[in-house]
Design a binder for this molecule. Structure first.
Ligand SMILES: *[C@@H]1O[C@H](CO)[C@@H](O)[C@H](O)[C@H]1NC(C)=O
Ligand SMILES: *[C@@H]1O[C@H](CO)[C@@H](O)[C@H](O)[C@H]1NC(C)=O
Ligand SMILES: *[C@@H]1O[C@H](CO)[C@@H](O)[C@H](O)[C@H]1NC(C)=O
Length: 429
């Protein structure tokens, strides 16, 4: 009887949030630009609203986004961004820390590492200045590919991101850090990269080998308003009591509701009983105001790589004149032609690089290899982007980067890979 009582008292104490002396900091990044990628910046703005509403002051939230959506000429509601059908404005009040050409992997890493000197004169110059008692929350949303996430003009590789996180750990820049990541193949940024002993807990929208999904197509705006994993965690945070809900519970809810891809968790699992408030909110003395439950919206998720086509198909359905229909038909044909050209170019490169047909077939087929040859892959990807296909123009090129993982893992020299790219792609251009 007494034992039971003691145990339940103990249980009750353990369930209480620990006393916290530290501050909470957050970094929110949308890595894309362009109206067709509306949803990434909408996700980022929405994340800011959650952190702001729950008491993290603006000087401890750093937002990095291109900022070409609110006042885009295609925006029928100028100055307003929404993240769900009929949703409220999420753009209002979002800090303009790093916009347009300041949205780069280098700046993101310097912000994380608290490198004030490197960021002097760039954007707001705000960087993480967190210390050993502080918690840090990071949310990134954009396109991705094996072992990398995209930025408007370049990409961030898993190894470089991990080095920055390790640096933060070694320099006492956080007590606990939570990283939520929305991107295709996002699991590959953490899988076999993120250790379980540096007080970081991460979740990803997809496993290392699959797409993540866009959702909430908006007829008036002719674009998707959100990404499934992102809106699932944010709508959950909006409507739950962050003082009670744990990371574990949010992960389970988001994993269940993001049923189109495999939401994954990485890193330090002992952090999972911490509450959301310890990352997505301010101090414990701030009163919280969860929003009322959201109305249901019909399920319409599409794989991120199919978004462009899905939007065109919708435009076709609502086209009123023959002229409009023929214009959209041409755009659809162009999209298929682009995809075919990318596929053919990659196949030509792989067949020229490979020693024999078996190797080429293997490289073109296998999508599940883990990356260890980081330097080879990084150079090959950047060469492929510059010489063959800019990823922000030819988004589907990202879907073929697994072949570069494979070539590098087969031990092919990177000079050979880039040499062949020069021959094949310069001829094409
Ligand atoms: C959005 O609001 C309009 C007008 O109030 C309504 O007709 C429509 O069904 C709503 N859409 C959703 C997805 O709730
Ligand atoms: C995912 O869940 C929705 C309902 O929320 C359902 O309409 C859809 O068919 C499910 N998709 C898959 C792939 O299970
Ligand atoms: C979470 O669990 C760990 C052990 O796994 C424990 O040390 C810690 O006190 C728990 N924290 C909370 C907030 O319950």
């Amino acid at each position: 009887m007494i034992a039971v009582l003691v145990l339940s008292l103990l249980g009750a104490t353990l369930a209480l949030p620990p006393k916290e002396g530290g501050n909470h900091w957050a970094v929110v990044v949308a890595g894309s630009n362009g109206w067709g990628n509306y949803r990434h910046q909408a996700d980022a703005c929405h994340a800011y609203q959650i952190l702001h509403r729950n008491g993290i002051p603006d000087d401890r939230i750093i937002v990095m986004m291109y900022d070409d959506i609110a006042n885009n000429e295609e925006n029928p509601t100028p100055g307003i961004i929404i993240n769900r059908p009929n949703g409220t404005d999420v753009y209002k009040g979002v800090p303009k820390d790093y916009n347009s050409e300041d949205v780069t992997p280098e700046n993101f890493l310097n912000v994380l590492k608290g490198n004030k000197e490197a960021m002097a004169g760039i954007g707001s110059g705000k960087v993480l200045q967190s210390g050993p008692e502080d918690n840090v929350f990071v949310f990134f949303t954009d396109h991705g590919a094996p072992n990398l996430i995209a930025f408007p003009e370049s990409e961030l590789h898993a190894k470089d991101m991990m080095e920055a996180l390790q640096y933060m750990h070694d320099n006492n820049m956080y007590k606990n850090l939570v990283f939520y990541l929305e991107a295709c193949e996002s699991g590959s940024m953490f899988h076999r990269h993120l250790p379980d002993n540096i007080n970081i807990f991460a979740t990803s929208a997809a496993n290392p080998h699959e797409s993540s999904y866009a959702c909430y197509f908006d007829e008036k705006r002719e674009t998707y308003l959100g990404d499934l994993y992102s809106v699932r965690w944010m709508e959950d945070s909006d409507t739950e009591d962050l003082k009670k809900e744990t990371l574990q519970r949010q992960f389970k809810i988001v994993r269940r509701e993001t049923n189109t891809s495999h939401v994954r968790e990485y890193g330090d699992m002992s952090m999972k009983n911490m509450t959301l408030l310890q990352f997505q909110g301010g101090r414990f003395d701030v009163p919280l105001t969860p929003l009322p439950p959201y109305p249901q919206v019909p399920f319409d998720a599409v794989p991120a790589p199919e978004v462009k086509l899905a939007v065109l198909q919708h435009r076709m359905k609502v086209a009123r004149t023959d002229e409009e229909r023929s214009e959209v038909t041409d755009l659809i044909k162009q999209e298929f032609a682009d995809r075919q050209m990318i596929r053919d170019t990659v196949e030509t490169i792989v067949r020229k690089v490979a020693q024999d047909q078996d190797q080429a077939d293997r490289v073109l087929r296998d999508r599940t290899r883990d990356l260890t040859a980081h330097d080879c892959y990084k150079r090959a990807v950047s060469h492929f982007r510059r010489r063959c296909f800019l990823f922000n123009v030819y988004e589907h090129a990202l879907r073929h980067l697994y072949t570069l993982v494979n070539l590098c893992e087969e031990g092919v020299s990177v000079d050979r890979i880039t040499g062949v790219m020069d021959q094949v792609c310069i001829a094409r251009n």
